[in-house]
Design a protein around this ligand. Sequence first.
Ligand SMILES: Nc1ncnc2c1ncn2[C@@H]1O[C@H](COP(=O)(O)OP(=O)(O)O)[C@@H](O)[C@H]1O
Ligand SMILES: [Mg+2]
Length: 238
Amino acid sequence: MTRVTVLVNQKGGVGKSTAAVNLAAVRAHQLTADQDSDAFSPVAAVSIDPQGSAMWWANQVAALPFHLIQAHDDPLEWLAQLNNLPGIAEVYVDTPGWFDLDPDGAGDGLGDGYSADALRTVLDVADEALVPMLTAPLCFDPTARTIAKLLAPRDIPYRVFINDWDPRDGDHWLAETKKFVLDRGWPLINTVVRHYKIHTNASNEGVVVTQYRKTGSAANAAQDFYDLANELNAVEAR
Ligand SMILES: Nc1ncnc2c1ncn2[C@@H]1O[C@H](COP(=O)(O)OP(=O)(O)O)[C@@H](O)[C@H]1O
Ligand SMILES: [Mg+2]
């Protein structure tokens, strides 16, 4: 079986694509540490975002250490098999943000169309959802809606993590965000992925964290994704 982790948040710009690609890179690095570099990678990042931001990496990188698949307009039957991909141990799925088409209704707010169906299909085979959020109040309601409408009704195990926190801003909003999460009883990942300019640049240049320089602030920036991956994959958490 393939373990499927879905990056999801209704809000755009919270780090879904960045995390999907970099978690795949770190896990591929860890799982293939003792193998030839040309061995088949056991990790894939799959994007079902029609805007295709994860494809920035695919367009610009010759040899990513993982499979990067843009599943736009692919048959839903293929997405329904994500938990059963031969030779693939782990898949990280990048999803689009969305407008809530049904803010007060009983539906899941996703509406109709291929993207909504693709997201529902992926959620059906997800082992876990990871919900990135920013230390900003404008992120609180969309995160709550994501959990209440998409994840809780499907009984999908989920964890929230804080992304893009800039220590130079001080820790007031970091503390407020943690409080907001914990007050609602949501499981919160300890690792806070800090804001580093290199992450923003890397996405444009097609670089993933495993390819960063191993010194200075680049190494510190990469470390957050290693810590995130390690926390996600800690044995007791599974
Ligand atoms: N920890 C971080 N530090 C710096 N820039 C970040 C960080 N996380 C995300 N970004 C940048 O923020 C923008 C939005 O991130 P992205 O992963 O595309 O969000 P989403 O997929 O949720 O819309 C991108 O330009 C990305 O490079
Ligand atoms: Mg994205």
